[in-house]
Design a protein around this ligand. Structure first.
Ligand code: ABU
Length: 879
């Protein structure tokens, strides 16, 4: 202690020999609300350094360094004004010191015009490393890009490949962000969202949330950081899912501070909550070794000394909460760097017989000497080794800190040049582990409800059992005349088709719950084959029946025409139509063949395969889980699926329409050989209606698995059950009513084999039609005659009607007037009784409307005609 005191005494003595002054212009951001107000702690540190330098006899032995300074408020405009004030007022400043990047960029750019070398103690903007723009600029504060390799190192450590950025639009931050962007790209890290703002960060913060940002790098000044985090608190952009990365040079209690126009309405507790667990990166501001530095102090001793000074200046305020306190060692070392550079320059100038005090703003030579000297300056400062790169930047270690419960804790150090990361493993995570860099998306397969699936399967199984029962029924009663007349084999084919369709209900309901991904393609193909073949068999069988009936009907019409043309009731010479059973099988076979060909081509060219439809992300029921659910639905699809569906639907649609047309055309035909043709027609209507509804509806509701399955399954089950019911129930009923119905199989076979009966039946039909035509002709004739008769009667009445006197209100039985009595009127046919309708129970009456005579029951010839079973009965009477 004694020794230190003696040295200081000597230094004071030496400094008294320092009779010349060198002036340094200084800009310190101290007051205001914007930017970095690091002058609060850096200015006292600079003063301390000046005292220490001026006390050193070996440095600038004849010169006292003096600071001429002013407050720049970290505002570019004001800073420039301060600079001009300093330059245009005496004395001449040999160098400039600046802090705050916004001001430094202006000062450093202008300084060259005054041949001034600028040294900054507090400017981190990477833009300042541009030697062309800032040729005389140096700084003890490292460039902000020094943080980026550290950030990347840690992103990789925690396996984050997706980050987001939010940046204040100041050059210091935007240029740092540009550097980060180019660096992360090289390390395979993606920036998913970039947000920037000038004054109001609310929308950018909202966007971060919207874009699912998790790892967020925020670059902004301290006052803006309060706004950003308050907004983040409001948006819920904090907690176990999020990690914020910001710069580490804010004062320790920065989140507790409130400026007048801070617009921050979050409480300190809220700010603590939102900041919990965030990381900061910063250059290590203090020399870590406990060694004496250039100033004769260790960094710890310097810190103590500074704290004393700061407490003196700021009324015992805690130094750590002063802005610029972390940078104070840089400011202290900046003065020492200037002293060393000027000392070196002094020596070099001495060789040229020049003096430092010769410096003027026009003196390029001295400026160059100062530049070279500063460039070569190397010493161990309180902030560590001081040296400048070719760009004037400081090279240093970075430290990583994490905030927990409102306090910062050092968690690691990194040196980029040696890629040396010292990690203490003391970091904490709100969720117990580092969060994921994105919302984990969990795929969730949408499957058919099990209740629905099993319900439909039960119905389909019932259908299959019913189909089996039909087959058994047909087999058991195969000798029955009634069954044989229904073409049981065709019906059996229809039933088998229906059973295959029922099977398809199971296939349609199967999904990822039961079928693995690799087997799903097969399921898709099986569905197409099974449904298509089942439909063709079932519908094809019914179609073949209706088509046969149509052929027979149209044939009979031709026969009638032939009869008429030849004026003969004989059809002997007319070529006979014989419809063989195999022709019906052929129809079914051809349809099936066409089906198989189409399906095979489809299968070969672009087979159906599993395709997933993604839906909007959903939140899980357990909101604690950091996941989002991605609902997916399996579809069967292929290349040009619409074309293939068009072909299949088109072909089957045509078949359906054709079937309906035939069913309509033959609606009134009843054939003995195909005794269930009218029920088959009804089944066809039913199938067509259900298919026409189902096909487009399923295309529309295809994204709703339950609805689609229910719709398809119900349509298949209804189609098949109704078709089987229409074909078989009447047969069962008939056989229950008449158990002996045509058990004589031989006669049935005869009847089936013979066309005579059919011919007779067709002849009757033709006769019926002929008679109808005749009746119509006769009716027209009668109508005409009645009309003529009526007219004539009226005329005669007018001519022959006697006066009351003449007639003498004749009562009594009617009589026929003679020619004479009627004054020569010619009455041939009608008696006067004709003029008294409704009075008598006579055989002839006059229709009151038409005045036409109608036949009494005794005189009318009535002919009833029945064209077919029920639909075309007609009964007409004529005289
Ligand atoms: N560490 C303070 C940096 C301030 C600035 O670059 O403006």
């Amino acid at each position: 202690m004694e020794k230190v005191h003696v040295i200081m005494q000597e230094n004071v003595r030496e400094s008294s020999m320092k009779d010349k002054k060198l002036y340094i212009g200084g800009l310190f951001p101290i007051t205001g609300t914007l930017g970095w107000l690091g002058g609060q702690a850096c200015f006292p540190a600079v003063k301390l350094a000046l005292e220490d330098v001026n006390n050193r006899h070996d440095l600038l032995p004849r010169y006292l360094l003096e600071l001429v300074h002013n407050d720049s408020k970290c505002q570019a405009g004001l800073g420039t004004n301060v600079m001009y004030d300093l330059l245009y007022t005496e004395p001449v400043k040999i160098m400039m010191m600046t802090g705050c990047s916004s001001v430094s960029t202006f000062v450093a750019q202008a300084a060259r015009m005054w041949n001034l070398v600028v040294l900054s103690y507090g400017s981190s903007s990477p833009a300042l490393s541009n030697r062309e723009r800032y040729p005389t600029f140096f700084r003890t504060h490292p460039s902000a890009v020094i943080h980026n390799p550290t950030r990347i190192k840690l992103f990789k450590r925690f396996e984050w490949k997706r980050i987001a950025t939010i940046v204040q639009t100041e050059e210091v931050w935007t240029s740092t962000m540009n550097d980060l962007e180019s660096q992360v790209k090289d390390h395979g890290i993606e920036i998913v969202v970039r947000q920037s703002f000038s004054m109001d960060p609310s929308h950018p913060v909202k966007n971060l949330k919207r874009q699912d940002a998790r790892i967020i790098v925020g670059l902004f000044y301290e006052y803006m950081a309060r706004r950003v985090f308050c907004q983040a608190y409001k948006e819920g952009l904090y907690g176990r899912k999020y990690v914020w990365w910001i710069v580490g040079w804010y004062p320790d209690n920065w989140y507790e501070k409130r400026d007048e126009d801070d617009k921050v309405d979050c409480t300190v507790e809220q700010m603590k909550e939102v900041l919990q667990g965030h990381f900061t990166t910063e250059m290590m501001m203090y020399n870590q070794d406990d060694v004496k530095t250039e100033s004769g102090m260790t960094s710890m001793q310097f810190d103590e000394k500074l704290k004393v000074k700061l407490r003196e200046k700021y009324n015992n305020t805690q130094p750590e909460i002063l802005t610029g306190y972390p940078e104070a060692p840089l400011a202290y070392d900046a003065v020492w760097a200037i002293a060393h550079a000027l000392n070196k320059t002094m020596n070099r100038l001495a060789k040229k017989n020049m003096l430092l005090e010769d410096f003027t703003y026009n003196n390029t030579e001295i400026k160059d000497e100062i530049y070279v000297a500063l460039n070569d300056t190397k010493f161990l400062g309180v902030s560590g080794p001081v040296a400048f790169s070719s760009k004037g930047d400081r090279i240093a270690w970075t430290q990583i800190e994490q905030m927990w419960d409102g306090k910062y804790y050092k968690v690691g150090f990194y040196h980029e040049k040696t890629d040396n990361l010292t990690w203490k493993n003391t970091e904490k995570w709100i969720g117990g582990r580092p969060p994921s860099d994105r919302t984990e998306v969990v795929k969730q397969l949408r499957t058919v409800s099990q209740v629905l699936f099993f319900a439909m399967c039960i119905l389909a199984a019932v259908g299959i059992i019913a189909g089996l029962a039909c087959l058994v029924f047909n087999t058991m009663h195969r000798h029955s005349r009634y069954i044989q007349l229904s073409h049981p084999i065709i019906n059996n084919i229809a039933v088998i088709g229906c059973m295959i369709c029922f099977l398809c209900v199971f296939l349609v309901g199967l999904d990822g719950r039961y079928v693995s991904e690799d087997k799903f393609d097969l399921l898709c193909q099986a569905r197409a084959w099974v449904l298509s073949v089942g439909f063709t068999l079932a519908y094809g069988a019914m179609f073949s029946k209706i088509w046969t009936i149509y052929r027979l009907t149209t044939r009979r019409k031709k026969e009638i025409k032939y009869q008429k043309a030849n004026d003969s009731h004989e059809l002997k010479n007319y070529p006979r139509l014989v419809v063989h059973s195999w022709e019906m099988y052929l129809v079914i076979g051809l349809l099936l063949l066409l089906d198989v060909i189409l399906l095979a081509i489809w299968q070969l060219m672009s087979p159906l395969e599993r395709e997933l439809e993604d839906f909007a992300l959903e939140d899980p029921l357990d909101s604690e889980k950091d996941i989002k659910l991605l609902p997916q639905l399996e579809h069967c699809s292929c290349e040009n699926i619409n074309v293939w569906l068009g072909v299949m639907y088109g072909y089957k649609g045509i078949l359906l329409l054709f079937g309906v047309l035939l069913a309509y055309e033959t609606r009134s035909v009843k054939m003995k050989q195909l005794n269930d043709s009218r029920f088959v027609a009804m089944a066809i209507y039913n199938v067509v209606v259900l298919c026409i509804i189902t096909a487009p509806v399923t295309l529309i509701i295809g994204s709703q698995q339950d609805a689609t399955f229910a719709f398809v399954a119900v349509a298949i089950i209804l189609c098949c059950l109704l078709s089987m019911g229409l074909i078989f129930v009447p047969k069962v009923v008939e056989l229950i009513r008449n158990p002996d119905n045509g058990l004589d199989s031989k006669s049935v076979i005869d009847s089936l084999a013979s066309k005579e009966e059919e011919e007779r039946h067709q002849r009757l039909v033709a006769e019926n039609e002929e008679t109808k035509q005749l009746i119509a002709e006769k009716e027209a004739k009668i109508k005409e005659l009645n009309l003529q008769l009526q007219l004539k009667s009226q005329k005669r009445l007018q001519l022959c009607l006697p006066n009351d006197e003449d007639t003498g209100n004749h009562r009594g039985p009617p009589r026929v007037a003679t020619d004479h009595e009627n004054n020569g009127c010619k009455t041939h046919l009608l008696s006067t009784s004709f003029l008294k309708p409704y009075e008598d129970d006579g055989d002839i009456t006059i229709d009151p409307d038409s005045a036409m005579p109608t036949c009494t029951s005794s005189t009318a010839f009535s002919k009833s005609s029945k064209l077919s079973g029920s639909s075309e009965n007609y009964s007409e009477s004529y005289c």
